[in-house]
Design a protein around this ligand. Structure first.
Ligand SMILES: Nc1ncnc2c1ncn2[C@@H]1O[C@H](COP(=O)(O)OP(=O)(O)OP(=O)(O)O)[C@@H](O)[C@H]1O
Ligand SMILES: [Mg+2]
Length: 254
């Protein structure tokens, strides 16, 4: 039977009058790739923010390996084994690519930070994302695709067993998307548990074992990809609009 690594019950986060997440129950199995989709503003990033401790919950509970995460600081949650990437990538401009990744490792070292060790971990992480040859570059010299890889490497350097990926493929071309999908599959094959937010259906369908759909902060579906894409509520709330748009742009290209 699958082991639950992360689970949330009644997860709620309000910003003033806006319920960014409303009574969401979710779980992630060890070794699973869980896709999270939903329209803009549906609460996807907020979900990652409450899991990783950036925002406290307004209600509900989240557990990782049976330990309550509520109220814990991001670095403590990081040390427990959860890393995440940010939708808007903001590397430290004054540091090299390798140093930026080392920050990820330092952030999650349980004892006194050791720079040498962190730089070594950064080297391994850069190698696994195919960015080792750019280790001495400044982040500003990287392409969008490489900057996304840097973000991924920073998460990997923490040594996490679960990574939360927030639109790591946004802004990439077809070839880069395919390369990143291969990379995610490799990381998964090495035992990483992955939660991935993406708007590209091809990516989500191709990678996910299961897909959870958010709409106005509520969970409206949670099932295997084939069931989710044929779900009436999901088509109405999200996919219908996207498919119509895709069809329209194909027609106008013809
Ligand atoms: N720090 C914040 N302060 C106030 N409101 C916020 C904050 N973060 C998110 N929200 C609101 O919460 C709702 C959910 O936002 P969230 O960023 O989680 O959506 P999302 O699904 O990630 O959208 P997108 O696909 O555009 O990235 C939105 O209404 C948003 O305006
Ligand atoms: Mg978002």
């Amino acid at each position: 039977m699958a082991t639950t690594l992360l689970d949330g019950t009644d997860v709620t986060r309000r910003f003033g009058g806006v319920a960014a997440l409303s009574h969401v129950d979710f779980h992630v199995h060890r070794g699973e790739i869980l896709g999270v989709i939903g329209p803009n503003g549906s609460g996807k990033t907020t979900l990652l923010n409450v899991i990783s401790g950036i925002f406290p919950l307004s209600g509900g509970t989240i557990n990782f390996k049976g330990q309550r995460l509520n109220g814990l600081k991001p670095h403590v949650i990081g040390r427990m084994g959860i890393a995440r990437t940010f939708q808007v990538v903001k590397p430290f401009g004054g540091l090299t690519v390798q140093e930026n990744v080392a920050v990820g490792a330092l952030f999650c070292q349980p004892e006194r930070p050791r720079m040498g060790e962190a730089l070594e971990k950064a080297e391994d992480a850069l190698e696994s994302v195919g960015l080792w040859h750019r280790r001495n570059a400044a982040p500003s010299e990287l392409t969008t695709s490489d900057r996304k890889r840097l973000e991924l490497a920073r998460a990997l350097a923490t040594g996490a067993e679960m990574v939360l990926l927030d639109e790591v493929m946004a802004g990439l071309n077809h070839k880069e998307v395919d390369k990143t999908m291969d990379l995610i599959r490799q990381l998964h094959a090495r035992g990483l548990t992955i939660v991935i937010i993406e708007h590209l259906m091809k990516t989500i369908m191709g990678l996910s074992d299961r897909i959870m759909v958010l709409h106005h902060g509520e969970k409206i579906a949670d099932d295997v990809p084939q069931v989710v894409v044929n779900d009436e509520t999901v088509i109405k709330a999200y996919l219908g609009e996207r498919y119509t748009r895709a069809r329209q742009s194909r027609v106008s290209e013809e």
